[in-house]
Design a protein around this ligand. Structure first.
Ligand code: DX5
Ligand code: ZN
Length: 221
C-alpha cells in the first residue's frame, strides 16, 4: 500500500486547477514542495456535469512522478473502470456512494487489485449512507463542495460531517476533505478530524505553488 499510514497530515494538491498543458511540470513543482500525494479528479460528464482526465493521461503521468496517485472517480460506473485505472498506475481509488454501486464488493475488488480504497460522500449525502462501508476503506472522502468543478466556495455545514466520520472510522483510517480548502478552512477541517487535505485552486491559482502549499501546511499546525 502506498497511501501514507494514518497519523500524519497530508496535503494532496488537485491538478484540476493546474495548467493541463504542463501537467508534468506542475507535478514536479508540487513534488519539490515535499507533498507525498497528488489528487487526480476524474469526471465523466455523466455523474458530474464536467469531463476531465482518464486512464491514458494518468498512465503518462505515472511515468514522470513517484507521488502517490490519489484518484477521485466522479463517474457513474466505477466498478466497470477500476481495472483500467489500476493498470494506468493509480495507488488509491475513491468512488462515490451516490454512484449506486455495490460498495462493499467494489472495496473488496480494489483491495484484490492491489490498491487502497476510498468512499466519498457529497455535501447533501448524510453520513449514515457510508456508515457500514467506511470502516472497510483506507480513506473516507468528505466533499465540501458539490463535485464537478474547482474553485468553488467551501461549504461549512458539509465539513461538520467530518466529526461523525472520524468517530466511525477511528484513528487508523484516513479522512480526506475536498472542496474549497485553503489556509482559512484548513484549521477548521483539521479540528474536525481530517488528516488529508485536497487543495486545487488554493495552490494552482497562485504563481508560487510552493508558498501556497506551505501556507496550508502552516495552517494545519
Ligand atoms: C471537485 C473536485 C475537487 C476540487 C478541488 O469536483 O473533486 O478535487 O477540484 O479543487 P478546489 O480546491 O479548487 O475546490
Ligand atoms: Zn476531488
Amino acid at each position: 500500500m502506498r497511501l501514507p499510514k494514518a497519523g500524519t497530515i497530508e496535503i494532496a494538491p488537485s491538478i484540476l486547477s493546474a495548467d493541463f498543458a504542463k501537467l508534468a511540470d506542475e507535478i514536479a513543482v508540487i513534488e519539490s514542495a515535499g507533498v507525498s500525494m497528488v489528487h487526480l479528479d476524474v469526471m465523466d460528464g455523466h455523474f458530474v456535469p464536467n469531463i476531465t482526465i482518464g486512464p491514458p493521461v494518468i498512465a503518462k503521468l505515472r511515468k514522470v512522478s513517484n507521488l502517490v496517485f490519489d484518484s477521485h472517480l466522479m463517474i457513474s460506473e466505477p466498478a466497470k473502470y477500476a481495472e483500467r485505472f489500476v493498470e494506468a498506475g493509480v495507488d488509491h481509488i475513491t468512488f462515490h456512494i451516490e454512484a449506486s454501486v455495490q460498495a462493499e464488493m467494489l472495496i473488496d475488488k480494489l483491495h484484490k487489485l492491489g490498491v487502497t480504497a476510498g468512499i466519498c460522500l457529497n455535501p447533501d449525502t448524510p453520513v449514515e449512507a457510508i456508515e457500514t462501508v467506511a470502516p472497510l476503506c483506507d480513506m473516507v472522502l468528505v466533499m465540501t463542495v458539490r463535485p464537478g468543478f474547482g474553485a468553488q466556495n467551501f461549504i461549512p455545514e458539509a465539513a461538520k460531517k467530518i466529526i461523525r466520520v472520524r468517530e466511525i472510522v477511528g484513528p487508523d483510517i484516513r479522512v480526506e476533505v475536498d472542496g474549497g480548502i485553503d489556509a482559512q478552512a484548513t484549521p477548521i477541517v483539521v479540528s474536525y478530524g481530517a488528516d488529508t487535505l485536497v487543495a486545487g485552486n488554493a495552490i494552482f491559482s497562485k504563481t508560487d505553488r510552493i508558498a501556497a502549499i506551505n501556507a496550508i501546511r502552516g495552517a494545519a499546525g
